[in-house]
Design a protein around this ligand. Structure first.
Ligand code: B3K
Ligand code: ZN
Length: 874
């Protein structure tokens, strides 16, 4: 057990800062064994603070204080504690000169300034700047930065920081300097610098007002051919943000840097976005369609932060969703506009429902705007990001696109250059639309996924159809009673012949019902027959919806609902029902209606192949677990497997036909038509190899050998790995590694193909992967691809009844916690929902959590996850 229990920080304790910093002048000297950071701060007392503080308290962690001067004179009586530097008796306005020594070379936490593949880079959000120098490291302290970087010219020819370069030159001794100035005030978490031997790729973008922006990407020389897609995505995002939100870029230069060792996907530092290599580098030979898609949306996400996050930022970290929820919503809208909006929505909701709902029902559940935290790094969660985005989407649904745009214009105009709250965002939306969102604010305050129970009645005499909707929300930690939410339910009614029915006197066939109370009834008149309801179209609210559709009705909706998302959802509901009925012993065979529904899907001409591929995919095991009490993972997995095998065998001919009809043999392009065809064709291939089909095997082997792009090559590899063809499996795995061992992003995929494999990814195989020469404990991507994928996606092996999978994860978390606590805390996430599982799994998961809790040197990050999961932190 840790000697000292870390303390929680509470939103209710927020106070304005006692001091503000107007200007920061940094001189950073980089050496091989350390870095010297000279910081000159221009500080004044905050007129809004009434605490009368006489001391200045700056944040700082793991710093060596070398010198401290106030207005040019050495400071006396200052105190250095763990986490802070206190300067007593300061005047109302002064300069502070601070020199600290840090050791980026030994920084394994990857927070602050660190080294990755021989280059220096930074990650300051949320609290990394305090690991570079002493500072008021909180987002409501916004300053203008001038940054001078000095280093050996030969080893570090490229020196970058935020803003525009204003001065550069040689310093003697083979050293040089570049000075950057950022004219926009920003919080310290947006500070960034990079130094390295990098190649530059240039492009440009002309803004709506006619300014030419210099776009630059800096990567290691070996990655030079992998920059085009990110630059293209960036230009699309810049044009889109002007068109849809009226937001133009504000500096003359926009820089993107790729770094191999990075704790998350990317970071929106002002003018200098830093990316995890796997989220920015792509070429057709090395990256899949899924990676192209992810890169496009992450590049856009980070770019969009320039307004939603940087120009208008968060007052404190409880407001994180102010920038993240809004920016995820914006990148979702962008992706929808770049390809198929329905497919994009399906993929997004699938993830939300599987993973965010689980978080919201577990011991770490927290509101979109949390009330307290022990370690803020643990709150970059699906709730803050994805549910936060759904909350913004609901505002968009309630206001409609035009008023929403007026609201966002008002928000940016009113709060430009300020650090504000989610409440300010909602107020701007209210003021622009004259709508009252008082009750709607509960979405930010109450955790948990609301549940809607829907019943209906049809009165044939009057032709009136009535829907009654009751809402409730289960208790979550610290919140036992929930008040009703304001919920928009988009819906329609369909006649038995498949026609959309008119709902009102204005002849609308779709409506948004607004729920405000615990129970509501809605009446639709003038109907000749009982309709089939299509509810929660496009997933208009992040809720669970319960309506007793029959299997026949679901089949009907899967082919007739005018809403594409609901067609997919009806198919999923049908498949869930079939799988869980088998698992619970209510059925022994697969319902032939499911097979026929799939056959129709595969043989109906003119359907979007991407949509067909989504509809063919059975509900994920994780989602089935979510829908089951006391989940017996092995039993769920067996039932799912039975359904998968039955469908694939029954549809063999149709699947082979799909392979003939849908495989593009033109040069690779990342464009919706080709992506859709590849996704359907490769889904068919996987289904064929899973049942041990010889033709499937031959096609997979040929495709593996002849593919000219990574989408097809990796699909063939995975199809063979997850198949009964032992010989081919090991052969293609060995060949793939031989061919691609020089490319870390491809090797990551090779690891994941095994650690995530339901066929071979058991603890023995995953342990071997950890010992593989290409595995590197210090590289978060490798750790995530082996340990994270095993525990997060390979559920049958992770939850093996003997508890080996759980113990394996515990060991790796323990090992990682000593040098990268953000990653160890992230990896612990699959253990947190132990209470949902069958008793034997529950005990073994809780056992691992207890062992972690009892470690003497547990990090604060992991401490919070483990104690909250065991419900002990109070
Ligand atoms: N804002 C960063 C996330 C930082 C996470 C720090 N642990 C990336 C993003 O959401 O755009
Ligand atoms: Zn973000």
């Amino acid at each position: 057990m840790r000697a000292e229990q870390p303390k929680a920080v509470h939103l209710a304790d927020y106070r304005v800062p006692a001091f503000l910093i107007d200007h920061v002048d940094l001189r950073i000297e980089l050496f091989e064994d350390s870095a010297m950071v000279h910081s000159r701060l221009q500080i004044h007392r905050n007129p809004e603070d009434d605490s009368g503080a006489r001391e200045l308290v700056l944040h700082g962690e793991d710093l060596e204080l070398v010198s401290l001067m106030l207005d040019g004179r050495p400071v006396e009586g200052h105190r250095v504690d763990e986490g802070s530097l206190t300067v007593p008796g300061v005047p109302d306005q002064f300069h502070l000169d601070i020199t600290t020594r840090i050791q980026p070379q030994n920084n394994t936490r990857l927070e602050g300034l660190y080294q990755s593949s021989g280059m220096f880079c930074t990650q300051c959000e949320p609290e990394g700047f305090r690991r570079i120098t002493y500072f008021l490291d909180r987002p409501d302290v916004m300053a203008c930065y001038r940054t001078r970087i000095e280093a050996q010219q030969h080893t570090y020819p490229v020196l970058l920081a935020n803003g525009n370069p204003v001065d550069w030159g040689e310093l003697g001794d083979g050293r040089h300097q570049v000075t950057w100035e950022d004219p926009y005030p920003k919080p310290s978490y947006l500070f960034a610098m990079v130094a390295g031997d990098l190649v530059e790729k240039r492009d440009e973008f002309v803004t709506g007002s006619g300014r030419t922006i210099d776009l630059r990407m800096y990567v290691e020389a070996r990655n030079e051919a992998k920059c085009d897609h990110a630059l293209t995505s960036l230009k699309k995002a810049m044009a889109w943000d002007e068109e849809v939100y009226g937001r133009e870029y504000d500096l003359d230069i926009f820089i993107v840097v790729a770094v191999d060792d990075f704790n998350m996907g990317a970071m929106e530092n002002k003018g200098l976005n830093i990316f995890n290599s796997s989220c920015v580098l792509a070429s057709p030979e090395t990256a899949t369609d899924a990676a192209y898609d992810r890169i496009e949306s992450i590049v856009a996400h980070e770019y969009f932060h320039n307004w939603s996050g940087n120009r208008v930022t968060c007052r404190d970290w409880f407001q994180l969703s102010l920038k993240e929820g809004f920016t995820v919503f914006r990148d979702n809208q962008f992706s929808a506009d770049m390809g198929s909006a329905t497919v994009q929505r399906i993929d997004h909701v699938n993830m939300l429902r599987t993973a965010q709902f689980a978080e919201d029902a577990g011991p770490m559940a927290h509101p979109v705007r949390p009330d307290s935290y022990i370690e803020i790094a643990n709150f970059y969660t699906l709730t803050v990001y994805e549910k936060g985005a759904e909350v913004v989407r609901m505002i968009h649904t309630l206001l409609g696109p035009d008023l929403f745009r007026e609201g966002s214009d008002l928000y940016f105009a009113r709060y430009d250059g300020q650090a504000v709250t989610t409440d300010d965002f909602v107020r701007a939306m209210e003021d622009a639309s004259s709508r009252d969102l008082t009750q709607f604010r509960r979405w930010y305050e109450q955790a948990g996924t609301p549940e809607l129970r829907v019943t209906d009645q049809f009165d044939a005499d009057s032709g009136t159809y009535s829907l009654t909707i009751r809402q409730s929300c289960p208790p979550t930690p610290g919140q036992s009673n929930k008040k009703p939410f304001h919920i928009p339910v988009r819906m329609g009614l369909i006649s038995t012949s498949g026609e959309p029915l008119v709902l009102d006197s204005e002849h609308n066939t779709e409506a948004v019902l607004e729920l405000m109370e615990g129970e509501h009834s809605f009446h639709f008149r003038g109907l000749g027959e009982r309709p089939v309801p299509s509810l929660l179209r496009g997933f208009s609210a992040p809720v669970k919806l319960d309506y007793p559709w029959t299997r026949d009705q679901l089949m009907f909706l899967a082919s007739h609902d005018p809403d594409g998302f609901n067609r997919w959802d009806a198919g999923q509901k049908l498949a869930v029902d079939v799988i869980l009925s088998i698992q619970q012993g209510l059925d022994t065979e697969v319902d032939p209606r499911l097979i026929e529904a799939y056959r129709t899907l595969l043989t109906t001409p003119g359907l979007d192949p991407a949509m067909v591929a989504r509809m063919l995919a059975l509900p994920a095991t994780a989602w089935l677990i979510e829908l089951t009490e006391e989940a017996d993972v092995a039993a769920i997995d067996r039932a799912r497997h039975q359904v998968e095998q039955t469908l694939s065998s029954a549809l063999r001919e149709e699947l082979l036909q799909v392979r003939r009809d849908h495989h593009p043999d033109e040069d690779y392009a990342f464009e919706p038509r080709q992506v859709a065809a590849r996704s359907l064709s490769n889904s068919a291939l996987t289904m064929l190899t899973r049942i041990g089909d010889d033709q499937g095997r031959n096609q997979a082997v040929t495709q593996f050998g002849q593919a000219t792009n990574m989408t097809d090559r990796l699909a063939a590899l995975k199809a063979l790995v997850d198949s009964p063809f032992d010989e081919e499996r090991e052969d293609v795995l060995a060949r793939f590694y031989d061919d691609w061992q020089h490319d870390p992003q491809v090797v990551e995929q090779w690891f994941a193909a095994q650690s995530g494999s339901p066929w071979v990814g058991d603890v023995t195989r995953v342990t071997q992967l950890l010992e593989h020469p290409a595995f590197d404990w210090k590289n978060p991507n490798k750790v995530r691809m082996v340990v994270g994928v095993f525990a997060g996606r390979n559920l049958a092996h992770f939850h093996s009844p003997d508890g080996r999978g759980h113990r394996f994860l515990g060991e790796q978390i323990r090992r990682l916690d000593s040098f990268n606590p953000q990653i160890s805390a992230q990896l612990a996430q699959p253990l947190t929902r132990w209470q949902r599982y069958a008793p034997h799994l529950r005990d073994s998961m809780a056992g691992v959590l207890r062992e972690l809790r009892d470690l003497p040197d547990l990090s604060r990050d992991l401490y919070e996850v483990v104690t909250k999961s065991l419900d002990e932190s109070g």
